[in-house]
Design a protein around this ligand. Structure first.
Ligand SMILES: Nc1nc2c(c(=O)[nH]1)N[C@H]1C(S)=C(S)[C@@H](COP(=O)(O)O)O[C@H]1N2
Ligand SMILES: [Mo]
Length: 160
């Protein structure tokens, strides 16, 4: 009984932002996220601990329906910096875009780490590819969504 009380008390004592339990460093990072002065590194194992989203869609870059599994960008924003205004995304090939954070609350974009059940190689637009459920609504077939479909994603900077 006393132990239960202690557990309850310690849960209540957690600060409101304690849900940022992403690692600061990992051995083989595939994604770095910079949030103000804090930097987090994610590997496959870390990504797999986050709520998983999956959908099947065609894309303009692939043949036939593709099943993607990943993490919702909006979920990551909510967890790391809910008042972020701007999201800067950088790919391994130097491609870099700045996207208003609001965008991710209006779309179902995911950071995909699996395509058709397999990890993606750098050659194959991996290891991380931001994709949208293009077939689910006509608005996803627009130049903005295509431009935001960054592959070989390796870094995200969240800014006010
Ligand atoms: N890593 C990476 N992702 C990227 C790009 C890029 O150059 N590098 N180009 C973007 C832009 S501007 C668009 S319109 C599409 C380009 O797709 P395309 O090369 O088939 O025209 O992918 C987007 N994702
Ligand atoms: Mo583009």
């Amino acid at each position: 009984m006393r132990r239960l009380l202690l557990i309850i008390l310690s849960v209540l004592a957690l600060p409101a932002h304690a849900d940022v339990d992403l690692p600061k460093t990992v051995e083989d990072p595939i994604l770095t996220i910079q949030v103000a002065q804090d930097s987090y590194q994610l590997d496959y194992a870390t990504l797999e601990t986050l709520p998983e989203h999956r959908f099947t869609t065609t894309t303009i870059w692939t043949d036939g329906p593709q099943e993607f599994v990943g993490v919702k960008v909006a979920d990551l924003l909510n967890q790391l910096m809910s008042d972020a205004k701007q999201v800067s995304l950088t790919a391994a090939n130097g491609y870099q875009i700045d996207v208003p954070a609001d965008h991710y609350h209006e779309v179902d974009a995911i950071i995909a780490y699996l395509r058709n059940g397999e990890q993606m190689t750098l050659r194959d637009k991996g290891p991380l590819w931001i994709v949208y459920p293009y077939d689910s609504h006509p608005r996803y077939k627009s130049e903005i969504m295509f431009a935001n479909s960054i592959w070989q994603l390796e870094r995200i900077d969240l800014k006010n």
